[in-house]
Design a protein around this ligand. Structure first.
Ligand SMILES: [Zn+2]
Length: 356
């Protein structure tokens, strides 16, 4: 039996243990903002997302028109928690001059382009679902999340954390939670939850690399670079290349991610360590992607995408089950003698995950 967390939290970008730390140790302003963010995440968002999820699964969702371009709508929540807020930029409209609104528009577009142009997927549901986002949610809210229907971005406290639209991979990460919900639906707890988190980091990184036209070798493999201000010692929220090294700071503490199965963290916090143990499959992806010269989204990314969409992937898959399926898929798509097949198998071995 997996350890049950005291409270299962829906996905959000900044994990609860980091906000707990900020609430305890940051200066008065940042501490108050972190505490308020935790309150919203624990008491309000759970209910909201349960309602949104019902909408997704009810079969009553509207049928969208399929396009070769996104249908974006950016709203301004005007520092309230009512969603979506006032529409400030619809698809094809000019920039607003509000940097958060314009980044949200551009990066929702970048995420759409990776999924559409590379994986032939029309939006989150594969059926042209409009991409809605709300910026300026709450009062200096220290998080971002996908609620089943739209993206929501806080402004950050401005002291420890910047605005949440600042990094394209944050948006790629959050929208990928939506993609997973429409595919394997990996349960957000324990190893399947850590896989869910890791897959969101993987496609967040690929959205960024695709936007910047970077090879696997050129990429920084950081998740959320730019989110932290210069006042804390943090390169990013996570490092896929070197899990456990993204930050080390008196206020934030030290990045708790393991990079190998031998250091797997058993905990009741964070839905059973979903943002912690994701370091292990993150590093496996990084190793596979960088072992193959060129563009990560074409080879390792294609293998991961096919694995996420494969009906054989169970909701409660553990690392070994995902590893096994990804190795099989790499052989099917690229050939048993291919560099991709060898790289994927070797990557899982290196992080101590034995394909089951
Ligand atoms: Zn997440």
């Amino acid at each position: 039996m997996p350890l049950r967390s005291p409270l299962l939290l829906p996905p959000s970008f900044v994990p609860p243990y980091l906000l707990d730390r900020l609430a305890e140790r940051a200066s008065a302003h940042a501490s108050a903002r972190a505490a308020q963010t935790l309150l919203i995440d624990r008491e309000h968002r759970g209910l909201r997302e349960a309602m949104a999820a019902q909408g997704v699964s009810s079969g009553l969702a509207p049928r969208y028109v399929r396009h070769d371009s996104p249908a974006r709508a950016i709203h301004d929540a005007e520092h309230t928690m009512s969603l979506p807020g006032r529409l400030v930029r619809a698809e094809q409209q000019a920039a607003t001059g509000d940097i958060a609104a314009d980044e949200a528009y551009d990066y929702l577009g970048a995420t759409y382009r990776l999924y559409h142009d590379i994986y032939e997927r029309d939006s989150i549901d594969g059926a042209g679902m409009p991409l809605a986002g709300s910026v300026h949610y709450g009062n200096d809210y220290d998080n971002a999340f996908w609620n089943g229907r739209q993206m929501v971005f806080g402004d950050g406290d401005g002291e420890v954390m910047n605005r949440f639209t600042i990094a394209v991979d944050i948006i790629g990460h959050e929208l990928t939670h939506g993609v997973i919900d429409h595919e394997s639906g990996l349960v957000y707890e324990g190893q399947s939850g850590a896989l869910n988190e890791s897959i969101c980091d993987v496609f967040g990184a690929l959205v960024k690399q695709h936007l910047l036209k970077q090879t696997a070798q050129q990429a920084d493999w950081l998740v959320g670079a730019g989110l932290f201000t210069g006042k804390v010692k943090a390169r990013a929220l996570r490092s896929m290349a070197e899990p456990g090294t993204a930050y080390d700071d008196p206020v934030l503490g030290k990045d708790p991610q393991p990079a190998h199965m031998k250091d797997f963290v058993v905990t009741r916090q964070d839905n059973g360590g979903v943002h912690i143990n994701s370091g292990i499959p993150n590093r496996a992806f990084y190793l596979a992607a960088t072992a193959i010269p060129g563009l990560a989204w074409e080879t390792a990314g294609r293998v991961w995408y096919d694995t996420v969409c494969d009906r054989r992937l169970r909701k409660d898959a553990d690392f070994a089950a995902f590893a096994q399926l990804s190795v099989e898929i790499a052989a099917q798509r690229f050939g048993a003698d291919s560099a991709a097949h060898k790289a994927v198998g070797a990557a899982w071995n290196t992080v101590g995950v034995t394909a089951s």
